[in-house]
Design a protein around this ligand. Sequence first.
Ligand SMILES: NC(=O)c1ccc[n+]([C@@H]2O[C@H](COP(=O)([O-])OP(=O)(O)OC[C@H]3O[C@@H](n4cnc5c(N)ncnc54)[C@H](O)[C@@H]3O)[C@@H](O)[C@H]2O)c1
Length: 394
Amino acid sequence: MDNSHSFKNSNWLDGERLCPINVSPLFFSFLLCKATGKKGEALKNASHEELEPSCQAASDASFHSVSFSESDHPRVLITGGLGQLGVGLAKLLRKRFGKNNVILSDIRKPPDNVFHSGPFIYSDILDYKNLREIVVNNRITWLFHYSALLSAVGEANVPLARSVNITGLHNILDIAAEHSLRLFVPSTIGAFGPTSPRNPTPDLCIQRPRTIYGVSKVHAELMGEYYHYRYGLDFRCLRYPGIISADSKPGGGTTDYAVQIFHDAMKTGKFQCNLKPDTRLPMMYIDDCLRATLEIMEAPAEGLSMRTYNISALSFTPEELVQEVQKHIPELEVSYKVDAVRQAIADSWPMIFDDSNARQDWGWKHDYDLPDLVNTMFTFLDSARSISRVAQVN
Ligand SMILES: NC(=O)c1ccc[n+]([C@@H]2O[C@H](COP(=O)([O-])OP(=O)(O)OC[C@H]3O[C@@H](n4cnc5c(N)ncnc54)[C@H](O)[C@@H]3O)[C@@H](O)[C@H]2O)c1
């Protein structure tokens, strides 16, 4: 029986792989041996041809010449790295593992400051061959999979969301299993739905989301865990709440209002909120989110009683956020113009997230509460504004 054929062809919507056959017999036997703890046998049984790299080196991998040290540091790839979270994650990981050990990738053109801050490479997660070349050529060991279409954007383009969030994830899972990577995939509060308990929402409960984003994230959680139990993939997943950041723009999620308010308050003194004033949602400052991501990746595997964890920090309504913001800008004028799509999504999501398992298993603890978060946002935006004023004067 040609197991590789059934494995490879069962999970792609994107049709053709450019060089699937060359790797799959070894891969399948490797996976089987991995599951039975006989890794060496797969390699022993593999023919020379199977062990030869089958695709040419990527011509655009500009850092081939970078010689990675043979230290213990992981060699990291971040997909979808130019969104709200990826640049900050790269900064954190580069501090810890060294600049050249962390490669940021996306399908968009990076701004100058990002391009000059460390290795950047083009990578479309729908292009399996390109992904594999990057992993092989750069000897990647850890992969943070950030590419996705978020909730509101996903509802506006379901076929694209299905393709990026589901087909793209299949590519990532196979690459990660094939090359024994440690894989991080973020999930979200959006992986729950109106029939989930909302206050609080535990790790394990009914998950029937009603957005393509939520459906694709439940799929990612289940597929990652399946690959973990079936093939030994070191899959790790956190369900993020809405993330608030000052130096990066949100990518079209339902919690975006909680970032926009700061920009509008400073620019115009007026803010129009697209959710009702009493819509309670779990939120987190970006530094807490990125630290949690590094911590779960570094946590000893034996301490993890599960592979997908809720993480939480605070939970507030637009009304409560406005009150806190008005402590800094009392003259802020707020109006509400509810966006029906976003409101329906928010009304189906958790209000309070129960993250007790993360706190117990690997010591998760948030740093920022609401006043800290608001202070930090204004401090950052104030200093950014002064810098840009100085630049204009000069
Ligand atoms: N930001 C949040 O509040 C939040 C909350 C929960 C979960 N998450 C998850 O965290 C991850 C990162 O979120 P974000 O806010 O940075 O997202 P974002 O929307 O800001 O960025 C996503 C990136 O993916 C890239 N992308 C799209 N199609 C791609 C493709 N085919 N190949 C490669 N890249 C592609 C986009 O160019 C974009 O830069 C996502 O998986 C998201 O679901 C984010």
